[in-house]
Design a protein around this ligand. Sequence first.
Ligand code: ZN
Length: 502
Amino acid sequence: MSAAEQTLHEYLELMKKMKAYEEALGVLYWDMRTGAPRKGLEQRSEAVGVLSSELFRLGTSERMGELLAALSEPSVFAGLSRIHQRSVEENKKEYERSVKIPPEMYQKYVVLTSQAEAVWEEAKGNNDFAMFRPYLEQVVDYTKQFVELWGYQENKYDTLLDSFEPGMTVGQLDKVFGELRDRLVPLVAAVAEKKPPNTSFLSRKVPKERQKALSEYILKEIGYDFQAGRLDATVHPFATGLNPGDVRVTTRYIEDDFKNSLFSTIHEGGHALYEQNISPELIGTNLCTGTSMGIHESQSRLWENMIGRSREFWERYYGDFQRMIPEFSDISLDEFYVAINEAKASLIRTEADELTYNLHIMIRYELEKLLINDQLKVADLPEAWNEKYKDYLGIVPPNDQLGVLQDVHWSGGGFGYFPSYALGNMYAAQMMHAMKQAIPSFDEHVRSGSFGPIREWLTEKIYKHGRVLTPSEVIRNTAGAELDPSFLTDYLQRKFSEIYKL
Ligand code: ZN
């Protein structure tokens, strides 16, 4: 073995070890959110803290620094495979970011966020922001300290955005969101003037067992591999890719709101299809994951909304649905399709329709920018939240449970993450446009429930590459262009003009 080969070997072994810690942590987090006993949570948080700091220690060790430096030497780097080159590039970026955070500080932060998440769940249940407030204040404080340590160019928030969507800035996002707002606000207003569709039947009670059967059936249909995953219940649905052979999906069953579990399942199923179809050659490397949060969200939104809420999809599945859920036997396909696509201002982001969804994101983005730039205190957050809802959507939450406490993200320090959802919508619309051109019989495939060609195209263009391609390479690879919000606004204009007869 040459010296360079030896260095590479040691690097790959170290990465394999780190992936093992990551996988163990992934299982612990999944367990904590799918029914782990409450009394064990405090000790579990400690265990998560210990494992996380060990993982952090491996990734920021002197040896890792030496290996990355040696592999980045131009003569050595040029001899590496493309996968190994990208692995080194990504790890180097992470490394340079991580070594700026003192290990003791990071460990305290991990324990804090783990506790904060459990407290958030209870505070939300009790509608008690005061209970969550001291935890959130600490999480925000840590985040601001991290930004100072990482450094920033124009806006402190840029540094946070970059960790979820590499390369994205406040400048770009303000511009793209501005374009969306200009097209969406008049569209939302036009829809609001129309007579709302009848949606009363959507609250008919559907037993949880049958909702579960429906979720499992639809997941199988879209090509989710149950040999490489499982479906469980949780409070705030998520998907977790432990490795491509174990990608778990969760959903939430509400008896008088069956569509909540159904569309959460398809959403998380979209995330899971991405992770299940990553190329096996990336297993055990840091590239064996989605390339960014925005690209990940593009896949969940594409399956949930652009396929799962399309007329073609329900032309295929409404009969099966009525057989499984006989409560809907007197409802026509047309009534059902219009009802599941109702667009109106509402309080809860996860239940928002496709059209108003981006406004929920803009509110969180604006508030996060203020918090991180010291222009808003956590104590004033509930009031600021309510004001934004009034400004953007014309409605005010009656309490914090339906307002500022609704999302899990801030308890885990996920500042800079929310914009990913809106980016995902924009990416998805642009990818969908390209896919329909590449597969002229796209609508026929959906109408007959044959998702193979669609999954294969997405796998070829996006899934299999994992993190080998950067987000902008993925969008260029699929759509042959840079991110362009007009595909989303065109799509929404077309869809909602048809539904609401504008
Ligand atoms: Zn998602």
